[in-house]
Design a protein around this ligand. Sequence first.
Ligand code: SF4
Ligand code: SF4
Length: 84
Amino acid sequence: MTLHAGCRETTTYIPAINDLAARAMPKPVVDLDKCTGCGTCASSCPQGVLEVKEGKAQVVNPDACIGCRVCESVCPAGAIKVTD
Ligand code: SF4
Ligand code: SF4
């Protein structure tokens, strides 16, 4: 198949743009060594991103994170960092 020059550019750039978008998405990262499993982050997150499973906070819905950093500020153990 012969691609129009613009199509070749599109097929090159779209994965790159998607990759950049994925990297720009905020996500919480839990330090499992610090996490006590108290559940404060999970109950405070307005997006249902976090759940406590097997005694530790887990990121169960990362794409829903809006980067509000509530989880970071409420965690009494300082176990969550939100990446941009
Ligand atoms: S608030 Fe902090 S210590 Fe409590 S479950 Fe969440 S990450 Fe773990
Ligand atoms: S930054 Fe906000 S939306 Fe994202 S996990 Fe933390 S509390 Fe939830």
